[in-house]
Design a protein around this ligand. Structure first.
Ligand SMILES: Nc1ncnc2c1ncn2[C@@H]1O[C@H](COP(=O)(O)OP(=O)(O)OP(=O)(O)O)[C@@H](O)[C@H]1O
Ligand SMILES: [Zn+2]
Ligand SMILES: [Zn+2]
Length: 767
């Protein structure tokens, strides 16, 4: 007899353990680890996932009493190693095992057991995105004379992509986004042809020729050292970690490409994670031009069907390199040799909804389970990774750091100038641009070059402030400062999305809600104001491109703006955080940071680290080509170590200050920190639950060394969508079982109507 350990997936109940079932003779072939199965659980049908198999009945269980697996519903999506990682993830991040297992399932494939209503029969619903799309697309007869309308940018994108030759529809979608409707429209006019064909491997001749062309001339010394370390780690097959600590533009991506090539040559696959925002056609193109059809791409802008196709290419072994955002980590790449996480310091690798896992930590676990190497790359590594490399190991794996300090071809890091805005203001200057920055921008215009201007956070500092009492209007539902939008004269809440006409808030005469003063003035700057002042300063001869959350809301807009910037002769790109990452435009000679400080003042222990990362990354956009680059940082806190470190290209200036602070206050990387948030409409019930939770945790770990329970207190965002929020912050030693402790306490909490709770282990957001 075979026995299956099954994670049962029931929407209304968070079960925290797998359950055992008997595998009937007839299902023995199909009921393997990773399969989706139908079982009976507390007198009803339920979907489950097989996470382990055994030949003996589990200890302490009478085999005859076990229920059978009733049917196999879907082919396996993960193997034993995947199952072990899923169960570990659930424990580590205090989430139900079913949530963790679902990360590994085929995208868009859901199997549910539902019923129409109380008493109605249970029904099995299988939704799947179907088998791999074998459709091909090429330019058709009508392509010659066809001119897409000016606003049909998708059409233009599709046609441009196809000019290089026929493509699989799925591949086109992976580079250009969701295109099915565009392709259908073009097909009706004969501009493109679509046909079905079995994709045959090894006949994609085009990718091979470009592969040779794309190879760099010669690796730098740092690149060679990094590559050797990665090869060694992969061959050791023990989950070793290599941190590629390379200055901006030092050629980290080239190292990943070579390392993957070596892995493929050794018969092993690779997974590459990049932040969603950096997953542009350029980035994907670098991988495709090297590895052609071996590459599958996974990201959230694909339709469910397109994601399934890409995922299935990996499962069938046709694509051995998967490039994608966070969730690509769970792609079914057989014989994995390498996991690469680019920009490993990025906060977006922490998922902000359940399961609240951190891709870096899960990748380390996967690497250990699969016996592959983990490569972390960044110009500004996280303090956690730096610390582990200094210690030399973490959770049984070896961690080592390789430095790449030079840019290839002798390109130098840009000069950085810090401008003290307080003295600019005292000198009577009211513009958002200091004198040095204005002058530098004029220089860019006169020399017909390009500049990048960073505004720290969209509209964060662009709020109304009372000049008499300092009061800042807040959202009555979310207790955070309202953002002032000049164009529309509205005040907007960026937590819940509500907005008010400026004149209607707080009253028609725009008086201060606190003291009644009439001197309410817009404070700080938003991207729109910078855009306006820029046009005023530079006149018509310079293209000004604004890139912020508003300008990129539409699908594909982000990419179009970057292409406009690329194509322009002389241009300034103005934007928020999203312009700081990964842009590689050699003609950029000036980077200006309009307001470096806003993120420094956030109530979060990582505020200084985030500011340092952002400034160093954006500074790295300058001087990547032949011409020397210049960076100008405007700040009210010129002496802050985070800013001084960037000015001097010396990370140690920042580390010395920051590490001492973290050690003193007992925060990561010297400890772990979790955030438990309780929310609901009833403030008293919220308070009671939060109090109870804090008490339970204190009871369980109180007196143990290294543990500390803070709160409960109101969250910084104390109200969101009319829910009151309180939280408890728990600090624990590095080797503590933080997740299990919190789950146990949460399970003992008395249930209260309408009260919700989120446990965030190793949290990144404490607001
Ligand atoms: N050995 C080399 N010889 C010549 N050019 C190279 C070499 N390695 C990389 N390059 C080029 O240098 C530029 C920067 O390289 P790459 O994008 O890999 O750097 P990066 O470290 O990933 O940058 P960032 O930190 O900004 O993301 C690219 O245009 C790349 O093609
Ligand atoms: Zn006031
Ligand atoms: Zn709000």
């Amino acid at each position: 007899m075979r026995y299956a350990s099954v994670v049962v997936d029931i929407a209304t109940r968070a079960l925290d353990e797998p359950f055992d079932y008997v595998v009937p003779e007839g299902l023995a072939g199909a009921c393997v680890v990773g399969a989706t199965v139908l079982v009976t659980f507390s007198h009803r049908h339920a979907v489950g996932y097989v996470v382990a198999l055994a030949d003996e009945a589990p200890a302490g269980v009478e085999a005859g009493r076990l229920l059978p697996v009733e049917a196999v519903l879907a082919a396996p999506a993960f193997d034993e190693a995947g199952a072990r990682v899923a169960l570990w993830l659930a424990r580590e991040y205090a989430c139900p095992p079913a949530d963790a297992v679902r990360l590994f399932l085929a995208p868009g494939q859901t199997v549910k057991v539902t019923r129409a209503g109380e008493g109605a029969p249970w029904e099995l619903v299988c939704e799947s995105s179907g088998p791999v799309d074998e459709r091909w697309v090429a330019l058709g007869e009508a392509a010659e004379g066809f001119r897409p309308r000016a606003n049909a940018s998708r059409q233009r994108q599709v046609i441009e992509a196809l000019e290089a030759g026929p493509m699989r529809l799925a591949e086109l979608a992976a580079t250009a986004g969701a295109v099915s409707q565009t392709v259908a429209a073009l097909e009706r006019r004969g501009v493109v042809r679509v046909w079905r064909a079995r994709h045959v491997r090894g006949q994609g001749g085009t990718s091979l020729s470009s592969a040779v062309a794309a190879r760099p001339r010669e690796l730098t010394r740092g690149q060679r050292a990094a590559l050797a370390a990665i090869d060694e780690a992969r061959e050791a097959a023990a989950g070793d970690v290599v941190l590629v600590d390379g200055v901006t533009g030092s050629g980290k991506t080239e190292v990943y490409l070579d390392a993957i090539e070596h892995a493929l040559a050794a018969g092993r696959g690779a997974i590459v994670l990049v932040p969603e925002i950096s997953l542009t056609p350029q980035t994907v193109g670098r991988f495709r031009s090297r590895f052609g059809d071996e590459v599958a791409v996974l990201h959230s802008r694909l339709s469910a069907g397109e994601r399934f196709d890409q995922w299935d290419l990996a499962r069938r072994g046709e694509a051995r390199v998967v490039v994608g955002a966070r969730s690509a980590l769970f792609a079914p790449v057989a014989d994995l040799g390498l996991i690469v996480i680019d920009e490993e310091h990025e906060g977006s690798y922490k998922q902000d909804k359940s399961p609240r896992y951190h891709a870096r930590e899960v990748a380390a676990r996967l690497a250990a389970e699969r016996g592959c190497a983990l490569v972390l790359g960044s110009a500004t590594p996280s303090l956690e990774s730096l610390r582990r490399c200094e210690v030399g190991s973490w959770r049984g794996a070896r961690w080592r750091r390789v430095e790449m300090r030079e840019r290839p071809g002798g390109a130098r890091l840009p000069e950085v100038r810090v401008v003290d805005m307080a003295s600019q203001f005292r000198g009577g200057r009211r513009s958002v641009f200091s004198a040095p920055l204005a002058e530098a921008l004029e220089g860019v215009r006169d020399r017909r070059e390009k500049a990048v201007l960073l505004l720290n956070r969209r509209g964060f500092s662009n709020f109304l402030m009372c000049r008499d009492c300092g009061c800042v209007p807040e959202c009555p539902h979310c207790s955070c400062a309202l953002t002032y939008h000049e164009r529309t004269h509205t005040l907007e809440c960026h937590t819940c999305g509500r907005s008010w006409p400026q004149r209607a808030y707080p009253d028609p005469t725009t008086r201060c809600p606190n003291c009644g003063s009439r001197y309410m003035a817009a404070y700080g700057v938003g991207t729109e104001r910078v855009e306006d002042e820029l046009r005023l300063l530079l006149g018509d001869g310079v293209e000004v491109i604004r890139m912020d959350a508003d300008a990129t809301r539409r699908k594909g807009a982000h990419q179009e703006l970057l292409e406009r910037f690329d194509a322009a002769e002389c241009a300034v790109l103005v934007g928020t955080q999203m312009i700081a990452k990964g842009l590689d435009f050699p003609e950029v000679t000036l980077v200006g940071v309009v307001n470096a400080d806003t993120t420094l003042k956030l109530p979060d222990f990582r505020a200084a680290e985030r500011t340092y990362d952002l400034l160093e990354q954006v500074a790295g956009r300058a001087g990547r080509g032949g011409a020397a680059g210049e960076v100008i940082i405007q700040t009210y806190w010129a002496d802050h170590p985070a800013i001084q470190a960037v000015a001097r290209h010396d990370r140690d200036v920042f580390l010395a200050y920051e590490l001492e602070d973290r050690r003193d206050s007992g925060y990561p990387p010297f400890s772990r920190a979790a955030n438990a948030v309780v929310w609901g409409r009833d403030a008293r019930a919220v308070a009671a639950s939060a109090d109870e939770l804090a008490r339970l945790v204190r009871e369980e770990v109180g007196g143990e060394g290294g543990w500390e329970v803070l709160g409960p207190t109101d969250c910084v965002k104390a109200r969101v969508k009319d829910r009151v929020r309180r939280h408890v912050v728990v600090k624990a030693p590095l080797d503590a079982d933080l997740g299990p402790v919190l789950s146990r306490c949460a399970a003992r909490l008395p249930r209260r109507q309408g009260i919700r709770m989120a446990l965030d282990v190793d949290a990144y957001d404490f607001m």
